[in-house]
Design a protein around this ligand. Structure first.
Ligand SMILES: Nc1ncnc2c1ncn2[C@@H]1O[C@H](COP(=O)(O)OP(=O)(O)O)[C@@H](O)[C@H]1O
Ligand SMILES: [Mg+2]
Length: 323
């Protein structure tokens, strides 16, 4: 059944994920809401430890949420039982920074790409010939030469291993893929090849991505919309061009200022630099979590912040100091 292009494929509504730690409750994902349309990419950007991977895993139900909702094609999947979840799980896949750790070194590339079909029982409905056909089609789609069939993971470089990771996801004909730093470990020239492959697969198959990265150049290249996270919270959400043209939140502006610029007109623009370290959000106080590092922080920042619309489709939790 073709999906409705005007309805979100994935939505998060006030999603929270807390971990119990010996020091208290760690608020890894706090009150995150967004919606993603079919065929689009939501970039998720922020420093290490801000909750990007936890958000991705919670959305795919690889770990239980603490509260909130995750809707797949309009239905809250957090209450789904195992059988209901199995039915939609193949539509939602994940690829990782280091596919090597998830690739069994004793399995051939062919066996690795076939494996997800066995795990989800899809294979039962396929003849051996159909399966062979499917595997070569997917390998071709992911830019893996035929002779790779009989190679093993250690014989491949990082870029080719990431293509295998992607082929293992694509074999299930997913509609939504969480891409968790998939190019962060690769050389820059190889990064571009994998990003272009992802864009190509999106065009051909109408895929939606949540693309997680700490790299602003990468997120700008791949995303339609960008969500900036700080210590588990969304501080800003906007279309990609809009976010880079008009960053509003002091944290977003600090983050964008950390990219070297050769654009002279921007040289004299006020620069915010980030002081101090990111701490863990354990038993966090109410209010803005960036306040301890923010040059504009005032007493008012101890109050809870929520995203406010600053222009159509552009949301920021704070616009302090914006000129
Ligand atoms: N299983 C876990 N138990 C306890 N804390 C965790 C667990 N997984 C992640 N965290 C904590 O949650 C926060 C967010 O982590 P993570 O989602 O990995 O961030 P990112 O992917 O942005 O680097 C970090 O403070 C991390 O230490
Ligand atoms: Mg991560």
């Amino acid at each position: 059944m073709p999906e409705d292009k005007n309805k979100p494929i994935i939505e998060a509504i006030n999603l929270c994920k807390y971990f119990k730690t010996p020091k208290g409750q760690l608020h890894a994902v706090e009150d995150v809401s967004f919606s993603l349309m079919p065929g689009k990419t939501l970039g998720v950007v922020g420093e290490s430890g801000c909750g990007k991977s936890t958000l991705g895993r919670t959305i795919l139900r690889l770990q239980p949420a603490t509260s909130g909702e995750v809707r797949y094609e309009g239905e809250n999947i957090l209450n789904y039982n195992r059988k209901q979840m199995n039915r939609i799980h193949q539509n939602m896949q994940m690829i990782f920074q280091d596919p090597y750790s998830s690739l069994d070194p004793r399995m051939s590339i062919r066996a690795l790409i076939t494996e997800p079909l066995e795990v989800l029982g899809t294979k039962k409905n396929m003849s051996a010939a159909e399966e062979k056909e499917k595997v070569s089609e997917i390998m071709d789609m992911c830019g893996l030469p035929k002779y790779y069939n009989n190679l093993y993971p250690h014989e491949l470089d990082g870029g080719m291993r990431q293509r295998v990771g992607l082929a293992r996801a694509m074999i299930l004909d997913p509609k939504f893929i969480v891409c968790d730093e998939p190019v962060s470990a690769l050389d820059v020239s190889i990064q571009a090849q994998i990003l272009n492959l992802l864009l190509d697969l999106q065009d051909r198959n109408g895929l939606s991505y949540m693309f997680i990265t700490h790299d602003l150049a990468v997120v700008k290249y791949i995303s339609d919309e960008i969500m900036v996270m700080y210590m588990g919270q969304v501080v800003e959400l906007a279309e990609s061009d809009e976010l880079f043209a008009h960053p509003m939140h002091p944290y977003t502006r600090a983050l964008l200022n950390s990219i070297p610029t050769i654009d002279l007109s921007r040289r004299n623009r006020e620069r915010i630099t980030i002081r101090g370290e990111v701490s863990s959000p354990i038993n966090p106080a109410p209010g803005c979590r960036f306040a301890p590092r923010c040059p504009y922080a005032t007493e008012a920042c101890r109050q809870n912040q929520c995203l406010k619309q600053v222009s159509p489709g552009h949301f920021a939790a704070c616009t302090e100091g914006f000129k």
